[in-house]
Design a protein around this ligand. Structure first.
Ligand SMILES: [Fe+2]
Length: 367
């Protein structure tokens, strides 16, 4: 409900029930007119040629509709009055971070409730199943989907319910058999220390899926580490190291298979308000870069502090995936690793882009 409209020199003030008096700049109102000439409501695209609008534009007339549900403005460059609903104005009453995702519930081994991260495949493909799955991932950073059919179709199906398969140098959907009898290092059954994937990509994969297809082995526990938990631990106990990790850019590299991919960002990437938005850490894929001496030392101190925590059992959730278990995790937050094993272990998986994961979170009303 709108009331108490006051027209000022360059803005108008209106009282929105629940929000109080809010000031709206005239140019902003004109730029965001939702009339059919200025805005295509079907495509949600702006039709207005903003740069041609008078920088000092102000309404010819403005008022509230009789029911108080909308603001009505007659602009000098439009024939028809434009309506702004109370709901629209309320949505922009405050400056909000429209990129925000649900608040994470950071965890370590002592605080993580295993039951919270598990969900059956039957539940995922049932009513509201993807919403439940995304709720788990957006809060805890990962989920284990149990009793999943052990084939690529199941990976593709869950991927498609969230977004679509991301193609990379590794292809789209992939199947991978680690076998100790094979010589290539890619098939090594040795330990994989916690890391995030795609530090060499400007847009690291958002979600990663790992389905256990076969497991006839000993060892090979999957390792999940909450990168946000480590970041907050450093922020509390070593704020100067936290600040350095937020500032110093690290280069990731993928060289081979006909490509040389490189990207740079800090291990802890923050937004302009200082909120942590992405953890990127992969010591395997870190490129050789020479920095000024003080920066180099600060970076090594940061890597040492971060990686010691990432390899501390107190921060490592370990779980041996059984055939039909699918691990699905936020690659911008959770580091993954794997304990050494002996025997045969066959996995299938895929990546989903970050923006498609975020979209799914929004479409499901979680952000
Ligand atoms: Fe990886």
């Amino acid at each position: 409900m709108l009331s108490n409209l006051i027209l000022r020199d360059d803005s108008l003030s209106v009282v929105i029930s629940g929000s109080g008096a809010v000031d709206f700049d005239y140019f902003w109102l004109r730029d965001n007119s939702r009339d059919p000439i200025s805005f295509d409501s079907r495509s949600h695209q702006r039709e207005l040629f903003t740069c041609e609008v008078d920088a000092d534009i102000r309404p010819d007339e403005a008022g509230l509709t009789a029911d108080g549900l909308a603001l009505q403005i007659k602009w000098p460059d439009l024939d028809e009055a434009v309506f702004y609903t109370g709901m629209f104005l309320e949505n922009f009453a405050a400056t909000i971070n429209i990129l925000a995702m649900p608040d994470p519930i950071v965890w370590d081994v002592a605080t993580l409730d295993h039951n919270i991260v598990q969900i059956s495949h039957r539940e995922v493909i049932g009513d509201n199943g993807i919403r439940k799955l995304l709720d788990i991932i957006s809060r805890s950073g990962f989920s284990v989907i149990t009793q999943t059919p052990r084939n690529m179709d199941a990976v593709l199906d869950v991927t498609d319910r969230i977004g679509y398969v991301r193609h990379t140098i590794f292809g789209g959907l992939w199947e991978f058999e680690a076998n100790e009898t094979m010589a290539d290092s890619a098939y090594t059954p040795k330990e994989l220390r916690p890391h995030t994937d795609g530090t060499y990509s400007h847009d690291a994969p958002g979600l990663q899926m790992l389905l256990c297809v076969d497991y006839e082995a000993t060892g090979g526990a999957s390792i999940m580490v909450d990168g946000f938990r480590i970041a907050y631990e450093l922020k509390k106990t070593a704020p100067e190291i936290y600040a350095d990790l937020c500032r110093i850019e690290v280069t990731g590299i993928y060289k081979g298979d006909g490509v040389v991919l490189r990207a740079q960002r800090p291990i802890l990437r923050t937004d302009k308000e200082g909120n942590l938005v992405q953890v990127s850490f992969n010591n395997y894929d870190r490129d050789t870069v020479k920095l000024p001496k003080n920066e180099m030392r600060a970076l090594y101190a940061g890597i040492r502090a971060f990686d010691l925590l990432a390899n501390d059992p107190a921060f490592q959730w370990r779980y041996t995936l059984q055939p039909g278990d699918m691990l699905l995790f936020d690659n911008w937050r959770v580091l993954h690793g794997r304990a050494p094993f002996q025997g045969r272990r066959k996995m299938a998986g895929s990546y989903i882009n970050r923006e498609d994961y975020e979209s799914a979170v929004r479409i499901n009303g979680l952000a």
